[in-house]
Design a binder for this molecule. Structure first.
Ligand code: ADP
Length: 491
């Protein structure tokens, strides 16, 4: 099969969070199973060009219709760790992708509406006719809309769309200008509740809703989150739409790329290891402490890696930090915040704890350091309010770092409580869960994990190994996506 991914991220060249990992990992997983995959991305000024090999002009004169005229674009092609990627660069005063950031601009909906249109225009003009176009998140929600309303009549009638929602919180809300810019025009038609009309604001268009309505299949990134989105407020206003489209809606658990996340070959960590020589993990812990100027001592080390966003349970994170310190553990946090209030709060905390030899807060995005933390920490805490899938717990398993997580979304599908899980025998349990959003709940899980570390090190080691034995690679999820592609292709 020939599959084209259209996305706003692809790790490690463009990565703000899990979406980047998934686009890369899934593409590689599909290729391993014999399929041809290409990835279309925006050409951001701030992406990691050092991860692209052989970048060259692939299509010079792409004119993308926009409002009454057209914007001239160049399309570059290069290899990102073996994946073929096309990068679209518009030449216009709007400077859509030369902003020094991936997201967070006031005109984000215009930027990604343009990207979606340009991706389709590129496919059409370059005579690429994939069997499946796989779109991700709100940024590409308009791709299936424009495909079925416009491009279908220009030689793309056989292309099918699989749409994956990684986060329901960001849906892409726009007004009539989007319709005039993209050439969809017909306002009353698209504002209709059955199409792109937002479920709560009659004057708004919802990109994600468009993606759900127009795609041939829709999924989110874990079975439990699919249920939550359909039946609870986690669907962020789209539950009814999902209900109407339930026949084509599913949850497929993400994987992680076992080449990128492999302690046996990871070049970002000083000591490679596997479950057969776990002693080496202790050397990484030492290296991590050296790097972050933490005290070298016989204490457990708990980490958090993730966006500092209300979604990630930042209120519990504060408590996790102080609780860890109160129990004699060390705590390392690596995170970046987009909300100025949260950012200021963590900077304040960082200054406050500056001289504490058992704690380090690293505020910002740092891929290399993330690898060392996964390798050096004993436990990783994921206290999310909601979590569509969550990759950090799965990466934790790979690196022998025991996850302590809140029982929501994909965390429920991947972490099985050592003491209380009812579905797995003791020898298959791999971490700790808590359910409520209060400090006591968090403490109960962290407390149990720390207790085991302090009092039964051999049992803790067993738990580590049980986690490392899980297969959360892309092998299984890639197969599930292939089944979906096959189904929509022949329907
Ligand atoms: P989300 O997609 O909601 O951000 P996930 O758990 O699905 O969360 O994926 C997070 C990914 O981003 C993981 O690969 C994690 O290691 C990485 N990550 C998150 N924050 C940072 C950071 N500040 N520095 C480096 N990597 C980070």
């Amino acid at each position: 099969m020939y599959i084209v991914q259209v996305a706003s991220e692809c790790a490690p060249v463009i990565k703000a969070g899990g979406l980047g990992d998934v686009v890369y990992g899934l593409s590689r997983g599909l290729e391993v199973q014999g399929h041809c995959v290409e990835i279309i991305l925006p050409k951001y000024d701030c992406m990691r060009y050092d991860h692209i090999w052989g970048l060259h002009d692939a299509y010079r004169d792409l004119w993308v219709p926009w409002y009454g005229g057209a914007i001239h674009c160049s399309v570059y092609c290069g290899w990102v760790h073996g994946r073929v990627c096309f990068f679209i660069e518009p030449h216009s005063g709007d400077n859509f992708f030369n902003r020094g950031c991936y997201y967070g601009c006031v005109d984000d909906n215009m930027r990604f509406a343009f990207f979606s249109k340009a991706a389709l225009e590129f496919l059409q003009k370059s005579n690429k006719r994939p069997d499946v176009i796989h779109c991700h998140d709100w940024q590409t929600g308009l791709v299936p809309v424009m495909l079925y309303e416009m491009y279908k009549y220009h030689g793309m009638e056989y292309q099918r769309v699989c749409y994956t929602i990684h986060n329901f919180k960001h849906q892409g809300i726009g007004g009539t200008d989007i319709l005039w810019a993209t050439g969809l025009n017909k306002e009353p038609y698209y504002f209709n509740y059955d199409r792109l009309g937002d479920n709560f604001n009659a004057f708004a268009l919802n990109f994600m809703k468009g993606g759900i309505v127009y795609s041939n299949s829709v999924n989110t990134v874990s079975p439990h989150h699919a249920w939550e989105a359909h039946h609870t407020e986690v669907g962020c206003g789209l539950s009814h739409t999902l209900h109407l489209q339930q026949d084509k809606f599913a949850g497929i658990l993400n994987g992680i790329d076992y080449d990128m996340w492999n302690p046996e070959s990871d070049s970002y960590i000083p000591y490679q290891y596997s479950k057969d020589n776990l002693e080496e993990k202790a050397w990484n812990k030492k290296a991590l402490r050296e790097r972050l100027l933490l005290e070298q001592s016989d204490r457990p080390l708990i980490a958090f890696i993730g966006r500092l966003d209300p979604q990630k349970g930042v209120h519990l994170l504060h408590h996790a930090l102080y609780y860890a310190l109160s129990r004699g553990a060390q705590f390392v946090l690596l995170g970046s915040a987009t909300e100025p209030g949260i950012n200021a709060q963590f900077w304040h905390e960082k200054h406050h704890l500056n001289n504490n030899p058992n704690c380090h807060l690293e505020i910002g995005f740092n891929e290399e350091l993330a690898h060392l933390i996964y390798a050096g920490a004993d436990m990783i805490v994921v206290p999310s309010n909601y979590e569509p899938c969550g990759l950090t717990q799965m990466i934790g398993f790979q690196y022998g770092t025991v996850p302590i997580v809140r029982g929501v979304g994909g965390l429920v599908n991947t972490v099985f409580d050592r003491d209380y899980d009812q579905t797995k025998p003791p020898e298959e349990r791999n971490g700790y869960l808590f359910y409520q959003t209060d400090n006591h709940a968090l403490e109960s899980a962290m407390g149990r994990a720390l207790e085991l570390w302090y009092t039964e090190p051999e049992e803790f080691r067993k738990l580590v190994i049980q986690g490392m034995e899980y297969d959360y690679s892309w092998n299984n999820p890639a197969e599930e996506y292939i089944k979906i592609y096959d189904y929509i292709r022949h329907k």
